[in-house]
Design a protein around this ligand. Structure first.
Ligand code: NAG
Ligand code: NAG
Ligand code: NAG
Length: 239
């Protein structure tokens, strides 16, 4: 009778949880917190049941990337329904002949999926992950992948990574993150935010004085970095 009693227990548990929903203290929607953003109210909600009450419209559960082309990421900041879900999503494209910033996500692992085009990906995992292939024993391991449509790669939280589109057409991708507020850290820009002395010592004195500022001001600020030899190959010229 083990099966039957387990089933009974499950039914009781479901009933108890359903009753708990009814017997909740005052729902958050009835309290005076209207100054808080919807995202903040959702974070303060006592239960998932209250969160559904704060999202009464079925359209609250749809995010439209066509409306957000300049920032193609859905996080709990611009899509409140993600609060409590522990996930975020991106849908975008890497233009022809471009490279994404060398970056990392401090709070999330990323699953990067290519839906069209071609992407060369490089990822450097945490310190101590070494390359044991014959010619480079004891060097930092670099994971290089050549992605085509239908393929997915993984960037564990905190790993450094970048993607290059070496072709003449845009590469379309989607990316899923296991945090609703995954955030981005930009390796070059943030490293060069340190004071000159720190930068000089970090690079063993190989750049110093005015060179530090020269490198700092040369760091690209466009969303995608141009890959010159590809632009020439594709006849795209400088854009
Ligand atoms: C529900 O969403 C639709 C579409 O976004 C909108 O037109 C409508 O006003 C919303 N209704 C409420 C009650 O917020
Ligand atoms: C290692 O180096 C040798 C000689 O330079 C080369 O022939 C070989 O292809 C290299 N192996 C790998 C795995 O890179
Ligand atoms: C890539 O995405 C763009 C913008 O959404 C779309 O216009 C284009 O058709 C897509 N390309 C492919 C090959 O799916």
């Amino acid at each position: 009778m083990l099966f039957a009693s387990t089933l009974y227990f499950d039914i009781m548990l479901v009933l108890a949880l359903a009753l708990l929903g009814d017997a909740l203290p005052q729902p958050i929607t009835a309290r005076s917190n209207s100054d808080l953003s919807l995202t903040a109210q959702l974070r303060l909600a006592d239960t998932a049941i209250e969160r559904y009450q704060l999202l009464p419209n079925d359209s609250d559960f749809v995010f439209n990337f066509a409306d957000t082309e300049d920032l193609p990421v859905a996080t709990s900041q611009n899509w409140p329904a993600l609060v409590g879900v522990g996930a975020a999503f991106s849908m975008s494209q890497l233009p022809a002949c471009s490279m994404s910033f060398l970056h990392l996500h401090p709070r999330a692992t990323e699953l990067f999926a290519l839906t069209s085009g071609h992407v060369l990906s490089e990822m450097v995992p945490q310190a101590g992950v070494l390359d044991n292939s014959k010619n480079s024993t004891n060097k930092q391991r670099v994971i290089r992948t050549d992605l085509r449509a239908g393929q997915v790669t993984i960037y564990p939280a905190g790993s450094f990574h970048t993607q290059v589109n070496p072709d003449c057409e845009a590469a379309n991708f989607t990316a899923a993150f296991n945090s609703d507020e995954f955030a981005v850290s930009l390796v070059a820009e943030q490293l060069f935010a340190f004071s000159d002395g720190v930068v000089e010592r970090t690079f063993g004195g190989s750049i110093a004085g005015e060179d530090v500022e020269r490198v700092r001001s040369a760091i690209p600020v466009d969303m995608a970095i141009k890959v010159e030899e590809c632009l020439v190959k594709c006849g795209l010229g400088k854009r």
